[in-house]
Structures are given as structure tokens and as C-alpha cells.
Design a protein around this ligand. Structure first.
Ligand SMILES: Cc1cc2nc3c(=O)[nH]c(=O)nc-3n(C[C@H](O)[C@H](O)[C@H](O)COP(=O)(O)OP(=O)(O)OC[C@H]3O[C@@H](n4cnc5c(N)ncnc54)[C@H](O)[C@@H]3O)c2cc1C
Length: 415
């Protein structure tokens, strides 16, 4: 008999799952029985999304009781079951290997991050889905499919929004381990920061700019470099920040990764430490992607309407993501600037201001982050992604009965 628990809410509590329960199979046999017996099912992983992407009208299934396994071979790592980056990264480092990038926190699951195009920053760094080399996916009949880069569904399934079935294992490309040193700066002039994105975001391995769109004292450049001090920030007027680090209106309290000293990639690339609460906690997040070539104009458009959303904003973070070939990737075939908003945890207020931002960004062919709050109608989302029809065809072939579809996929993609 498969154990169950209550579905609960997303990590920040902004979405309470409608699903009646979460099924907790203990092994692959129980998982196959669960998927074959349910008319509607979605996977719940570490719950760090901010919308109903992981919800279902039926039940949810979690792999949290199933065995996990990590195999590092040559330039690949195969991760089986519910494994977080906090668990995976030290195992890779012990073998002298690394991932090319990480998101702002290591608390999230590898499969969940890949499913939504989770990203860090860096002009040369694709999102985490772009590191996927193969997946094992259990379909609604309990059969497992191996989907590698030669498979016709790969371009869809590697950033698959959970629409292809239960991902039981993910294989990722690895790189040789590397060292990173990070520093934070205030005082760099906004006009310099936004007028030449290639210099700013290409200045170090990974660069984030934090702003509240008003008081320059709130602006912060957080640079993660391979070696030494990022002199390019100082040339733009930046002064190194001491221990008291503010991310806009979020005052960090002993939860950020170490600055000022070199350390292994996984201890410096995330902003937040694995042993601490990341970000603010009481929040909602949204994020929009525009072509890097439109960065200055898009930022000016958002800045012009900033007073309309200021009361809801904790902080904006600007990052870059390199182009990839995944069909629903926000970086599909274009390098993008990611314009992120951490909001106060007021759903009605946030849903009230998002349409203004989306209208301001519409001329720039904007794409939303799949795992964060957005109100763009499905037609607008689909219009920016030229391979949507191919994605839908692959998802329908993989899941003909629509067991892994939900209201979110219907609303945003027409699936
Ligand atoms: C504090 C904080 C900081 C964040 N920072 C970043 C950041 O830096 N960059 C960024 O891009 N995003 C960031 N995010 C967003 C978030 O990390 C991603 O959207 C990610 O998808 C969360 O994964 P999860 O497993 O926790 O989510 P879940 O909601 O549990 O799952 C996400 C999706 O993946 C599907 N899924 C998960 N596991 C499987 C599986 N095994 N098989 C099939 N489908 C599966 C789920 O059904 C769901 O649709 C942040 C979120 C928080 C809360």
C-alpha cells in the first residue's frame, strides 16, 4: 500500500495545491502501479515554484521515499530519484567535476530545475536544462523511456514542464571542477550598468545586478569571478560592500555564500547557502526574459512604470542566460537578459501589477519563467516560442491519455 501525505503548499506558501494528496511510492514497482492507476497526476519535487505548474486535479506523486543514486562517469553524472543540487554538488566536487552553473539556491531538485529552465547567470552560461544529456521518464503505463540527445522528443523533454511523465533519472554534462571568488559592490551608475550589458554581464563568470529601480544606494553588483577582483566593476564606480549585505529590501541574515575568498564552484555560485533559508522566504517571484540585444530598451520600459509596482517589490535581479536549442526554453535560440522580481507575498497585489510589466515588455518578444508567477495569456506565451507546436505533438505522443497534463499546461500551452 503506497503511503500518502497532504499536498500542502509551495515553499513560500503562495500556492496551496488543489490536489487531494501526494502519493509516496517506495520503489520503481510502486511508482509504476501509482502512475498506471491514476487518471491525473503531477510530480511534486522540492516545491520551489510560484504557480500551479506542479498541481493536479487528481493526485501528486513525490519520489521522496524512493532510493536515490548518483553515478559520476567521465564528463557525465546520472542522478536517479529526488536529488537536490545541495546533495549532488559535493559528490561531483569529490570526483573533480562540476556543473557549468547553478541557480541562486542549491535547495531545489535536479529534475524540477531542469523541467522549468532554472538558470544562474553568465553570458556564456546556458540554463541548467541545457546541461541535460539524457532522461529516463516513466510514462502513464509504467513504462520507462530513455531519451537522449538523439531522441526525437529530446528538444521538448529536457525542459518538459513535467508533461512527459515522471522523470526517474537525469543525466547531466559536467566540466572539470573550478574555483570561484565573489564580491558585491554598490555605487556603480545605473546608466553604465544598463547601457552596455555585454561589458557588465560579460565581465565575470556570473554577474547579477540587484536594483529597486529607484534609489541607487539599493543597487548592487554581485560578481562571481574565476580569479581575483573584478576590476571592471570598480572602473564603473563600484565600491566593495562589507558584511552588511542588502539585496534591495531584503536584508540578508547569515544565509549567503562566502564572499572575498576563492572556493569550490558550488560554495560560491549560489547566492544562498544550503544550510540556511534562501532569499526572504515570505515572497512571490516573477521573471521575464528578453533578447540581450534589447536589454537597454526593455530596462528603460520597466523603469518608466516602476512607481506602479514599487509598493510590492522587495528586489529586482538582472542576470543573463546563453542561448540553447530546447524548444520551450526562455533562451531558445537567443541570448537573454533575465529581469527578475522578488515580491512581497501578496498574491492579489502581485497579480495586479504583473500585467503592467508584461505590457511594458511585450514589444521585446518577452518570455516568462515557467516556474514563477506570470499573467501573460497563453497566446502571447506561445507566440514567442516558435517550436511550441512541436512540443505539443511530442507531449501528446508521450502521454496520449493526458495523465500528466494540468490546468497550467492547458492555460499556457493549450495542451
Ligand atoms: C528562493 C528561491 C530562489 C530561486 N532562484 C532561482 C534561480 O536562481 N533561477 C531560476 O531559474 N529559478 C529560481 N527559482 C525557481 C525554482 O527554483 C524553479 O522554478 C524550479 O523549478 C524549482 O524546482 P522544484 O523541484 O523545487 O519545484 P517543483 O514545483 O516541485 O517542480 C517544478 C516542476 O517540475 C516538475 N517536476 C519536478 N520533478 C519532476 C520529475 N521527477 N518528473 C517530472 N516532473 C517533475 C513538477 O511537476 C513541476 O512542474 C527560485 C525559487 C526560490 C523559491
Amino acid at each position: 500500500m503506497t503511503e500518502t501525505r497532504a499536498a500542502g503548499a509551495t515553499w513560500s506558501g503562495n500556492h496551496h495545491y488543489r490536489a487531494a494528496e501526494v502519493l509516496l511510492p517506495a520503489d520503481a514497482g510502486e511508482l509504476a502501479e501509482v502512475v498506471a492507476s491514476r487518471p491525473a497526476l503531477r510530480v511534486q519535487a522540492t516545491r520551489h515554484t510560484f504557480n500551479d505548474i506542479a498541481d493536479a486535479d487528481g493526485a501528486l506523486v513525490s519520489l521522496e521515499r524512493m532510493p536515490t543514486r548518483v553515478d559520476v562517469t567521465d564528463d557525465r553524472v546520472r542522478v536517479e530519484g529526488l536529488v537536490t543540487f545541495a546533495q549532488l554538488a559535493p559528490m561531483l566536487e569529490a570526483e573533480g567535476r562540476a556543473l557549468h552553473n547553478l541557480g541562486s539556491l542549491p535547495h531545489i531538485s535536479v529534475a524540477g530545475a531542469a523541467a522549468t529552465g532554472t538558470h544562474g547567470s553568465g553570458m556564456g552560461n546556458g540554463n541548467l536544462s541545457s546541461a541535460v544529456t539524457a532522461l529516463e521518464i516513466m510514462d502513464a503505463d509504467g513504462r520507462t523511456h530513455h531519451i537522449d540527445r538523439g531522441h526525437p522528443w529530446f528538444g521538448a523533454a529536457a525542459l518538459g514542464l513535467g508533461a512527459f511523465g515522471v522523470v526517474t533519472a537525469v543525466e547531466l554534462r559536467t566540466v572539470p571542477s573550478y574555483t570561484v571568488v565573489q564580491q558585491a559592490f554598490t555605487g556603480a551608475a545605473w546608466d553604465d550598468l544598463v547601457s552596455d550589458p555585454a561589458t557588465v554581464f560579460g565581465g565575470s563568470r556570473s554577474v547579477s545586478v540587484f536594483t529597486t529601480w529607484g534609489d541607487p544606494a539599493d543597487d548592487l553588483v554581485w560578481a562571481k569571478s574565476d580569479t581575483g577582483a573584478p576590476t571592471w566593476v570598480e572602473e564603473l564606480g563600484g565600491r566593495a560592500v562589507g558584511d552588511d549585505l542588502h539585496l534591495g529590501r531584503i536584508r540578508t541574515l547569515d544565509n549567503t555564500t562566502e564572499r572575498g575568498t576563492p572556493g569550490p564552484w558550488h560554495t560560491r555560485l549560489p547566492h544562498f547557502r544550503a544550510d540556511a533559508l534562501p532569499s526572504d522566504g515570505d515572497e512571490i517571484q516573477s521573471e521575464y526574459f528578453v533578447p540581450i540585444t534589447a536589454a537597454a530598451e526593455a530596462l528603460a520600459a520597466v523603469r518608466a512604470i516602476a512607481p506602479s509596482f514599487d509598493a510590492h517589490l522587495l528586489v529586482t535581479e538582472l542576470r543573463t542566460v546563453a542561448a540553447d536549442g530546447l524548444w520551450l526554453s526562455p533562451a531558445f535560440e537567443r541570448d537573454v537578459l533575465a529581469i527578475h522580481f522578488t515580491w512581497r507575498n501578496d498574491t492579489d497585489g502581485v497579480l495586479g501589477v504583473l500585467p503592467h510589466i508584461e505590457r511594458a515588455l511585450a514589444p521585446f518578444d518577452v518570455r516568462p519563467h515557467w516556474g514563477k508567477a506570470f499573467t501573460m495569456p497563453g497566446e502571447a506565451v506561445r507566440a514567442t516560442l516558435p517550436r511550441t507546436e512541436d512540443f505539443l505533438a511530442a507531449a501528446r505522443e508521450a502521454d496520449p491519455r493526458g495523465v500528466f497534463r494540468n490546468a497550467y499546461l492547458e492555460r499556457t500551452l493549450g495542451l
